[in-house]
Design a protein around this ligand. Sequence first.
Ligand SMILES: NC(=O)c1ccc[n+]([C@@H]2O[C@H](COP(=O)([O-])OP(=O)(O)OC[C@H]3O[C@@H](n4cnc5c(N)ncnc54)[C@H](OP(=O)(O)O)[C@@H]3O)[C@@H](O)[C@H]2O)c1
Length: 346
Amino acid sequence: MVANESVIFNEIPKGYPEPGKTLKKVEGEIDLDAPLDNGAVLLKTKVLSLDPYLRGRMRPAEIQSYVPAFELGAPIVNFGVGEVLKSENAKFKKGDHVYGQLQFSKYQVVPKDAAESLVVLENKEKLPWTVWVGAAGMPGQTAQYGLRKIAQIKKGDVVAVSGAMGPVGQVTIALAHKVGAKVIASAGSEEKVKFLKEQYGVERAFNYKTEKASDVYAEWNKEHGPFSIYVDNVGGEQLEAALDHIGRGGRIVAIGGISTYNGQPYGIKNLFHVVAKELKFEGFIILNHTTPEFLKEFYSEVPPAIADGSIPIKEHVFKGLDNGESFATLFDQENSNFGKAVISLE
Ligand SMILES: NC(=O)c1ccc[n+]([C@@H]2O[C@H](COP(=O)([O-])OP(=O)(O)OC[C@H]3O[C@@H](n4cnc5c(N)ncnc54)[C@H](OP(=O)(O)O)[C@@H]3O)[C@@H](O)[C@H]2O)c1
């Protein structure tokens, strides 16, 4: 027997998640020598992703949504990378690193059914494992799908993106620049704005807490003409400003609405622009679009571009499992994650 630890869903939050109440770290034991059932694998967890959508899973089980609610008292689950310690599944061998839905536990046995959806990461690019749940994982796929398939970005577009320092924002910026588009990016601190300008070469970056998105867009449009694509990660007031200022025939890629995830709905007052300006306004859930063809395109482009530096990335790595403090930073208005939030157990 060895010591194991897990993060469990302990209590349904009323608003913001509360460390130690909503999520709680519990100690346990696991027998690493116990025989495995047919098709199962024993993993040592290397990396676990902290994503805003997990807040939506912290709800009463009877409320339906696009992903199931977490089970109270059980470890929470999300994208992660694990090292195979033992395998009774022909797809995996000892030493492989696998990507997929993992429990927030130091060690875990993944049964046959769940193991079928794990994929072996070859990591030819030799990226840190943390990157495979961020820019090279689900959030990066979201950015690529949004810009290419929904917005159908082309040279000459101007892309406004909110939540720009997160992994979706970072990959959006890099892929927009790659096709010769310009970028207006918003984030919630002066440090993030400086980083967006200096490290990502964003044409206009602003702090949405001290500058109004509507003023920034109005000023941009006056100087350069209206922007053509809005990648919406936050919803609320910034979305309303984008609707007011996006150009005719613009495309709004509805990816997320983090400003509303903790129970603060926002009534958008100017949706008629969708009609009057003939906008395309389309949302999607990336988990429903990761076809083999899409993943082939993604994996052949994005991880190599991260490795050669043409998609620059910034991570915020938390060491070890905790009582949900790391998850809570995603929504912390004073001190949020600066880059892709990820837990490393290495
Ligand atoms: N549709 C899909 O399939 C899909 C897939 C992946 C992600 N998403 C969504 O895409 C968005 C970005 O995801 P991500 O992984 O890149 O996350 P992320 O940027 O790491 O999310 C956390 C950040 O959101 C910002 N934030 C928190 N509260 C906010 C508020 N009230 N108003 C404005 N910004 C706030 C904070 O940055 P600031 O300092 O800038 O405020 C914080 O650092 C999220 O809404 C997520 O749910 C959707």
